[in-house]
Write a protein that binds this ligand. Structure first.
Ligand code: ATR
Length: 277
């Protein structure tokens, strides 16, 4: 039987993961299957049963998406440091009866920025908006890229204070509220890691944070020119991008972890990209 993989989430109809992983498998000549599973929202622990059943039937690994990332993390036997900081897993692997959890969202984002967009973060001023799961997952990979400064802004300042305290001493990190941003100048890279775009909302970010030569990165994928990207464009930013590259790069990390071979990503990104306007 082929090695079995799946993505589990709810809803799951929109997922691009089976397409991405089948393209990776074709390119790297891996004999595997990859399906999408709609995880049960209730009763409690039903999600864990789905994961255990998949593993017991010979499953090798799963991608995990909303709303199960926290539960997947919690049920793991072993967890990577970046998954631990995020408190969430987006990928699991079944090995010798154990469930291993990792989180490749942040590293996928960094690879997209540094490799695909050719924007090395070293020495740059970087602003991240949000302090939820997406921002938490990106924090350590961002610091590992050695920006001159990483400012993290959130509406609920206590949340961002706690997040920054959890990685104190790991790099030049500043926590703040949106009202502090006016006096913090321009940034080379502004990343919207809030969930505001999912509801068509705009985080209360002042246009003064953008620099025309800089980049505005929207984590959401397939939402077109979101209010955040529109604000950046109106502020004169040429480099506006959505999260399609991150989506494919995090998948490539998972694939490499499972299969021991790294797929090419650029053709897959081109295939999935949706014009912003
Ligand atoms: P995710 O896992 O997608 O990051 P989450 O953990 O619920 O989701 O976190 C959502 C993030 O988006 C939070 O940082 C939230 O800000 P608060 O902590 O202050 O609530 C942020 N967010 C959601 N809607 C927003 C909006 N309209 N403007 C600004 N920030 C928003």
């Amino acid at each position: 039987m082929k090695d079995q993989y799946a993505v589990v989430g709810n809803p799951i109809g929109h997922t691009k993961s089976p397409l991405i992983h089948s393209l990776f498998a074709q390119e790297t000549r891996q004999d595997m299957s990859y399906t999408a599973i709609e995880g049960p929202l209730e009763p409690r622990n039903a999600f864990q049963d789905v994961v255990r059943t998949f593993a017991s039937r010979g499953g090798k690994g799963m991608n995990v998406t909303a709303p199960f990332k926290l539960e997947a993390f919690a049920m793991a036997n072993d967890r990577s440091e970046r998954a631990t900081l995020a408190g969430a897993a987006n990928t699991v692997k079944f090995e010798d009866g154990r469930l291993l959890a990792d989180n490749f969202d942040g590293i996928g984002l960094v690879r997209d920025i540094e490799v695909n967009l050719r924007l090395p973060m070293v020495g740059k001023r970087v602003l991240m908006l949000g302090a939820g799961g997406a921002a938490r997952g990106a924090l350590l990979p961002f610091l590992a890229a050695h920006p001159a400064e990483l400012v993290v802004a959130n509406r609920d300042v206590s949340k961002v204070d706690a997040l920054v305290a959890s990685v104190a001493g790991r790099g030049p990190l500043i926590a703040c509220g949106y009202s502090d941003l006016e006096r913090l100048g321009r940034f080379d890279l502004v990343v919207n890691a809030t969930s505001a775009s999912l509801t068509g909302d705009l985080p209360p970010v002042p246009p003064s944070v953008f620099s025309p030569d800089g980049t505005a990165y929207e984590l959401a994928y397939g939402k077109g020119l979101t209010p955040f990207l529109r604000l950046a464009r109106n502020a004169g930013v040429h480099g506006v991008t959505d999260g399609v590259g991150m989506l494919v790069e995090q998948a490539a990390e998972a694939f490499a972890w499972w299969r021991g071979v790294r797929p090419q990503t650029s053709a897959v990104i081109d295939r999935l990209a949706i014009p912003l306007d």
